[in-house]
Design a binder for this molecule. Structure first.
Ligand SMILES: Cc1ncc(COP(=O)(O)O)c(C=O)c1O
Length: 462
């Protein structure tokens, strides 16, 4: 049992009106099969209207969401262990986000910051400069999506260093635009048939403790990656190393301790910019404000998105002032980047993360969930590994007694969770990782209920 002062709050019961939104009842409740009849009707309309390349993992159509619950149009209350892929860290329709958006949207919706600017953009950049790792002088620029932020980080790194090569890692995911497809590792579904891809992108081996030999600790894995770069790219050709401090889509791979600091040091010694892609790990998700904070790594440039704005589309590149300011005026931007409504949402979301100590909440989610998952792993050999940090947690499903990935079993477990009203996501290069990304405002009772459903789904396996 957790100490009273460190436990997660229980979920409020009943519908909780807030200043400007209504929190749905915080209990899992199924009133139809999943998906229900109204969702199935919409799924039929979708297939006649929406390009089939845009898939849906759990086709329940959403009516409202908040706290740890998603309510579908059939009236089912599902437990949210996905946060819309690590976006709604502050919860859906979080009061400060709703209030900021409503106030802003009624005043003006768009002028284009590059034409006639506004305070919200500047204020978000100030918050990012203050909160991201390192107390050096920083500058930020705002964009619409994570992929766009990564593209711009590369543009800035190339301009600032006068070099072209970009180093990324096995299992990396950086987005779906042309440059970021080249940076992303996994072919299906992200890249297959969409080439040719952008050039001057090189891949180095990642530290993946579950799949590395036991002697490959963080330092050895870093030496292996550095040797690859030095022999296949050349340090003096390398503009930047781009890395997710905990890999997201690639399988929630947490590198061995020492891996990130050793890479960052090599970058410093060789005039290579160390770019941390914190798009999935950022804004308290891992129990620190940013995952780099955990090992005291200070990136030269950091990309953020997802959790930055409580669900509105916003992304950012933040970096050393001299690096960011190396680019000529007019070299960065875009029509919608740093839209005023998204900036208002970000100011509300960031204030909520700080005021409600959501980093502490993420740590407590890990404290609740990790023992449950580890106990389950002790009982079920299909779980090869339990890993993650804070509220970014995963189990890797394997063929029992081996490290061979079992994506079919992972898909079965996830589907079983869905039909019991728990939103879980899979990920991983091999598609065999179940990941948990609850909103950081989830109540302990809902979290335990969701974990119980997951445990039952795992136990139902062969
Ligand atoms: C680490 C990382 N980088 C980049 C991206 C791309 O972000 P977006 O989907 O907003 O373009 C993602 C999205 O999942 C991500 O997890």
């Amino acid at each position: 049992m957790l100490d009273a002062d460190t436990s997660l709050p229980q979920s409020p019961s009943g519908s909780q009106p807030t200043a400007s939104s209504t929190l749905p009842d915080q209990h899992r409740r199924l009133v139809t099969e999943i998906p229900g009849p109204r969702s199935r009707e919409l799924a039929a309309r979708k297939s006649g209207a929406v390009a089939s390349g845009v898939g849906t993992m759990l086709p329940v159509y959403v009516e409202r969401a908040g706290g740890g619950i998603v309510v579908d149009i059939d009236g089912n209350h599902l437990i949210d262990l996905g946060s819309g892929i690590a976006v709604t860290n502050v919860g859906n329709a979080a009061p400060a986000v709703v209030a900021g958006v409503q106030e802003q949207v009624a005043r003006f919706t768009h002028t284009c910051f590059m034409i006639t600017p506004y305070e919200g953009y500047v204020a978000v950049c100030e918050r990012l400069n203050a909160l991201t790792p390192g107390d050096h002088d920083k500058r930020s620029a705002l964009f619409n999506s994570g992929a766009e932020a990564v593209e711009n980080a590369v543009k800035i790194a190339r301009h600032a260093t006068g070099r072209e090569a970009v180093v990324v890692f096995d299992h990396a995911y950086h987005g779906r635009t042309n440059l970021t497809m080249a940076m992303t590792a996994k072919s299906m579904p992200y890249k297959s048939g969409f080439g040719p891809f952008a050039g001057e992108v090189y891949r180095a081996p990642m530290s993946y403790p579950f799949r590395d030999a036991p002697e490959v600790d963080g330092a050895a894995a870093a030496a292996r990656a550095i040797a690859t770069v030095e022999t296949q790219v050349g340090a003096k050709n390398t503009a930047c190393v781009v890395i997710e401090p905990i890999q997201g889509e690639g399988g929630f791979v947490v590198p061995a301790p020492g891996f990130l600091p050793a890479l960052a040091q090599w970058c410093r010694e060789n005039g290579v910019l160390f770019v941390a892609d914190e798009i999935q790990t950022g804004f308290a998700r891992t129990g620190d404000l940013f995952a780099c904070d955990h090992e005291g790594v200070v990136p030269d440039v950091i990309t953020t998105a997802k959790g930055i704005a409580g669900g509105l589309p916003l992304a950012a590149v933040t970096g050393r002032a001299e690096v960011m300011d190396a680019v000529h005026t007019g070299g960065l931007g875009g029509t919608y980047g740093g839209n005023p409504v998204a900036c208002a949402a970000a100011l509300g979301a960031i204030a909520t993360v700080e005021q409600d100590d959501l980093a502490g909440a993420a740590r407590r989610i890990g404290d609740v969930a990790l023992p449950v998952l580890r106990e389950l792993a002790g009982e079920r050999p299909a779980i090869g590994d339990v890993r993650g940090r804070g509220a970014m947690l995963a189990i890797e499903i394997v063929q029992p007694g081996t490290t061979l990935p079992d994506p079919r079993e992972a898909a079965r477990i996830s589907a079983a969770c869905h039909s019991e009203g728990v939103v879980t996501l899979t990920c991983g290069t091999y598609g065999n990782v179940l990941r948990l990304l609850p909103p950081l405002v989830i109540g302990e009772d809902l979290l335990r209920d969701g974990l119980g459903v997951l445990a039952d789904a795992v136990r139902a396996g062969a």
